[in-house]
Write a protein that binds this ligand. Structure first.
Ligand code: SF4
Length: 207
């Protein structure tokens, strides 16, 4: 928890300009659509920070919960506010990332929405020593993408990882492309090699 708080403060100061920019379009969007913004200030700020980070890494305002798939049409749909927002609000009351919700959501409903989101990222990671096997995660039915994806698994792992180099097994070429972009953005040394069953082993020097 303390590490998460430190990361929050660090990222808030790093992205404060971008956070303001995202705040503007989000508020305008909900006025037009009649949706509501998550009233949890910390989660809302984090979501804006993550949007800023996605924009910094990929050059587009992709959904903070999913890395690009490499399929242009699908990725276009994942620019926030994504094409799935109305269907998800209809089904769950809020969008996948719990940024937007239907009007009149109660505190309890927002809490359930945030818990649903956090639950997806609290799955047990397949980390053995310094090798993280990212394969085999559940798949989101709207986007047909894993949750948590490789980069979100990387984020969770690094909160407690003490080593210098993390090895990540990923199932697809696109995940290596995404991880290379993340590595460039974060200043990690990156290399990749083929692994069993058509997978890839990405090596990241994180310190
Ligand atoms: S799920 Fe929510 S936060 Fe993610 S892109 Fe869609 S609207 Fe934006």
């Amino acid at each position: 928890m303390i590490k998460m708080m430190i990361a929050f403060v660090r990222d808030y100061f790093r992205y404060r300009e971008e956070v303001r920019k995202h705040d503007k379009w989000i508020k305008k969007f909900v006025r037009i659509k009649g949706y509501e913004i998550n009233p949890n200030k910390m989660l809302y700020t984090n979501l804006k920070i993550w949007l800023a980070e996605m924009e910094g890494i990929y050059g587009k305002r992709y959904c903070p919960c999913f890395d690009p798939s490499g399929d242009k049409k699908r990725d276009q749909k994942m620019i926030c506010p994504c094409k799935y927002i109305d269907a998800e609000i209809e089904e769950y009351g809020s969008c996948h990332c719990s940024l937007f919700g239907k009007p009149g959501m109660s505190k309890k409903e927002w809490k359930e929405s945030a818990n649903r989101l956090m639950g997806e990222y609290r799955v047990k990671l397949n980390l053995k020593g310094d090798v993280l096997d990212t394969r085999g995660m559940p798949v989101d039915k709207y986007r047909d993408l894993p949750i948590p994806d490789a980069s979100h698994q990387l984020k969770s792992t690094l909160l407690n990882f003490k080593g210098k180099e993390l090895k990540m097994i990923v199932a697809t070429k696109q995940e290596t492309v995404n991880l290379e972009k993340i590595a460039k953005f974060k200043g990690y040394e990156y290399s990749v090699e083929p692994y069993d069953d058509g997978a890839f082993m990405v090596k990241l020097k994180v310190r």
